[in-house]
Design a protein around this ligand. Structure first.
Ligand SMILES: C[S@@+](CC[C@H](N)C(=O)[O-])C[C@H]1O[C@@H](n2cnc3c(N)ncnc32)[C@H](O)[C@@H]1O
Length: 322
């Protein structure tokens, strides 16, 4: 048995859960068969790896939603993205990086999803940050040769994978606040929430404070749908107090994760991540996948093969209360 490869989406964002996907994936109840409801989709990495047949994916950042809608309606394909990135990448290189700021101005005027992709993959640390007027304001990563052929190919392959996943299922991308999305969930559905982390510095499209966190709890309580909430538990200096108060009645699993801020080793910040659930989770360390099934996946027969894949749960672990 070999480990299942995590699909990496073409868009990056702060707090992206690529590294936590196997953990989240491993505690989704086997009985889940409804709609995957994800009110804070960000890059979409969690949903695209779960690959549900039906999903409602939303976020208040319209650029994320427009980007995935553009993939869904084939306005963006791996080929159109390649032509665009190769052309814009050459201009970036010949201007010694100055062209980045031209694209940024253009994006802030037009909101083009391809410009969003360009900026997201050429900006400092793959950050998404806007000024008070809603203008994207992240500086250039200062690598004029950013869109080298191998990097363009990598991005185009990421678009291809995500586009296949979206076209397979019945996916709805909505630009709306979490409360509206959570209201759309019914009993058989499953909600995965990854809001901006309460009490920590964030630069998302919208801020996040105690009122948001309380509203989120109320909305989740009212749905009677199973949910997982991602949040932070503690770092070397402090703890997330809300786990002991607002979320105390739920189950909580934790795992250490390292966040990189900048390129230096000393900036690796260990953090204990938490998954809060309203069900008792039983999980294995990582779902595994049979070799022949993986070959099928790589041949593009992933959905057919995926149906037969039974992740193996090896280590039943009790959820712990905080
Ligand atoms: C931690 S990020 C999600 C990351 C995502 N799980 C991933 O792995 O890429 C939080 C997201 O919540 C969105 N957001 C912030 N406030 C929101 C709100 N009130 N309703 C819905 N989405 C919101 C942000 O735009 C951001 O994309």
């Amino acid at each position: 048995m070999i480990k299942k490869r995590t699909i990496v989406p073409p868009i990056k964002c702060q707090g992206i859960k690529t590294k936590l996907v196997p953990w989240i994936q491993a505690i989704i109840p086997e009985s889940f068969n409804g709609c995957w409801v994800e009110p804070f989709m960000g890059s979409g990495v969690v949903a695209f790896n779960i690959r549900p047949e039906k999903a409602i994916l939303s976020d208040t950042n319209p650029h994320l939603i427009h980007f995935y809608q553009a993939i869904q309606n084939s306005e963006i394909t791996s080929s159109t993205a390649r032509v665009f990135l190769e052309c814009e990448g050459k201009k970036l290189e010949s201007s010694d990086g100055e062209y980045y700021y031209e694209v940024r101005t253009r994006f802030n005027e037009t909101g083009s999803p391809l410009d969003f992709l360009f900026l997201n993959r050429a900006c400092f640390n793959g950050m998404i940050r806007f000024n008070k007027k809603g203008g994207f304001n992240v500086p250039f990563c200062r690598k004029p040769t950013r869109f080298a052929p191998a990097y363009v190919t990598k991005i185009c392959n990421q678009i291809k994978s995500v586009s296949e996943i979206i076209s397979y299922g019945s996916y709805e991308f909505r630009c709306q606040s979490f409360d509206e999305t959570i209201k759309m969930a019914t009993g058989d559905d499953f909600i995965y929430c990854d809001p901006p982390y309460i009490g920590r510095h964030v630069d998302y499209f919208n801020g996040w404070d105690e009122n948001h966190e309380k509203l989120l709890k109320r909305c989740l309580e009212e749905t009677h749908t199973k949910f997982i909430l991602s949040t932070w538990h503690s770092n070397d200096y402090r703890e997330n107090e809300y786990l002991k108060t607002l979320w105390a009645e739920y189950h909580c699993l934790t795992r250490e994760h390292f966040y990189h801020v900048g390129a230096k080793e000393k900036n690796r910040n260990p953090m204990l991540e938490a998954l809060v659930t309203n069900f008792r989770a039983v999980y294995s360390e990582e779902p595994t996948i049979a070799k022949e099934q993986l070959i099928l996946l790589e041949k593009g027969e992933k959905y057919l093969a995926n149906k037969n894949i039974e992740p193996t749960w090896t280590t039943p672990v009790d959820s712990v209360k905080v």
